[in-house]
Structure formats: structure tokens, C-alpha cells
Write a protein that binds this ligand. Sequence first.
Ligand code: 13P
Ligand code: SF4
Length: 306
Amino acid sequence: MNNKELIDQLKREKDAVILAHYYVPAEVQALADYVGDSYYLGRLAADLPNKTLVFCGVSFMGESGKLLSPDKTVLMPDREADCPMAHMVTQEAVEEARKAYDDLVVVCYVNSTAQIKSWADVCVTSSNAVKIVKNLPNQHILFIPDQNLARYVAEQVPDKHIIIPDGYCPIHHHMRSEEIRKQKELHPEAEVLAHPECNSQILEMADYIGSTSGIIDYAAGSEKRAFIIATEAGVLYELQQKRPDGEFYFADTLPVCEGMKKITLEKIIQVLRTGENAVEVEENLVKPAGNTLKRMLELAAEKGQS
Ligand code: 13P
Ligand code: SF4
């Protein structure tokens, strides 16, 4: 039996489905039942009828899946697959901001631990952050933990006061604008598509800014053929599926998320076989952290300004 046949058999036995983020290795995306951005994967976790979800991504993704679907078994192929940014907030920073403004709302990027989510009022992902922040009634907003997404949202929603945090994604924040500019010089016809976690020098060069799904959908629907992609290199697999005629260029220092690349077919087989690495969220965090995600799903689904 090959890996795919074995995984299919285990999925049937355990009533399991495989969810994968666009940054995991191509062979995992090829075999997953669902591949998408953080928002799509979160919505699926809440809606899928299966007993077991195998979350191919970093730990905050599995944790969010469990918070949105506490009765399901959520398995992480690698317990060590983590997102450094998901830890970059202190409780003191949140408490200080709450003391400073009576109407403060704490908006938490989904790339955060359950504990950090439990300090917040509502979660967002890169695909719904602008819409949700725009529609909040509050004037003062602490946006944690990503400084680049916070700055991008602040630019899109200039009538609100957004407190910019210190956190950042090492891969997007340290992507070098000179390397993107070099690609632009080599391929002047190419459009620059960037994730809002990128630093502001890169976002200034972008023709389109959006989540991983947004970037892929933009390229799929564009009349152009050449694209400079300012996000993690794993999106190339889906870009090539959707635009087989496309040309995709990345920074010379290829942006690679170590955590996402820890996911392998062998580890998926192992957790499906043994039930190892089932996500558990501390009892006292389940309600407050889960509520921030549920609120996101409600607000993102609302009609209104986007
Ligand atoms: P998306 O929500 O766009 O999938 O991004 C998740 C992420 O980790 C980006 O670095
Ligand atoms: Fe976290 Fe950055 Fe990896 Fe996304 S790419 S999971 S933000 S470290």
C-alpha cells in the first residue's frame, strides 16, 4: 500500500479529514481534502461533520480548530510546528491599553496562542481584518500581535485609532524589499502580490495585498501572466494549479516557514494510526478564546462595508 492508500484507509477508519494550509509541503497539499487560508480552515473546522480533523499547519491553527469544534478530535502531525509570532504579546501590554481607553476593543490576529486570544474581544484573519475592524463600533483598537497587518489595517481604516503592537512574522517582516525590487526590474510586466504581514516597504510596491487565498485568487483571475509573490513559497503549488500558464517569481532568499515545513505524510500517518498529538486547550481558556473566534465568524459573515 502506498502512502496515499494508507492515509485513505486510515481516514475511513477514523472518520477523519485532512485540512492543510497553503504553506505546507506540496505533497501534503496534494493529498489533503481541503487546502486554504486560515479563515477558510477555521470555518471548515466549525462546519465539517467528521469526528477527526488532521490539521496540517502550525499549532495556532490546530488550536483554533479545537476551539471552534471542541467535541472533535483535532490531530497535529507535528506538535513542534509553531508560529513564532503567535507568542509575541504580553498580558501587561493588553491590560495597559485597556486602562488607557474606556472603549478599547482588543482585536487579535488568528496567528496567536489560545491564551492570547483569551485576552482579546474578537479575532481576525488577514482575509477579514479590514472588514471587521471597519465595522466595529469602537474608536480605540489594540490590534495584536502583528505590527504589519495592524499598520495595513490602520491605513485602510483611517478614522479609527489603532494601537500598533511589536509582533511580526519573521518570514514576511524580514523579506527584503531590494530583492522584490530586483525581481520587478527583471520582470517589469509582473504584478507584485503581497501578504499584509510583509513590511511596509514591500507593501508600498504591491499591486495587490491580501491573504494567501486572496493572492491565489487574484493571480487566477488576472489577465497578467507574470507575478512577483511576496509571501511564503508554499503558495507556489496552488498558484501553479490555478495558473498553469503563469510565471511566479519570489525573493532570492526564498521565504520559507520552518514550522509549516515540518508537516510530512509520514507524520500524518503516524497521528492517524495512534491518535498522538491530539490538541487540548486549557479548560479556563476554552470559553474566552473560543468566543473571540466565534465572534470573528459572525462578524465576517455579516453584510456591511468590506
Ligand atoms: P493566511 O491567513 O493568509 O492564510 O496567512 C496565515 C499565515 O500564517 C501567514 O503567514
Ligand atoms: Fe507564522 Fe510567519 Fe509561519 Fe505564517 S509564515 S505561520 S505568520 S511564522
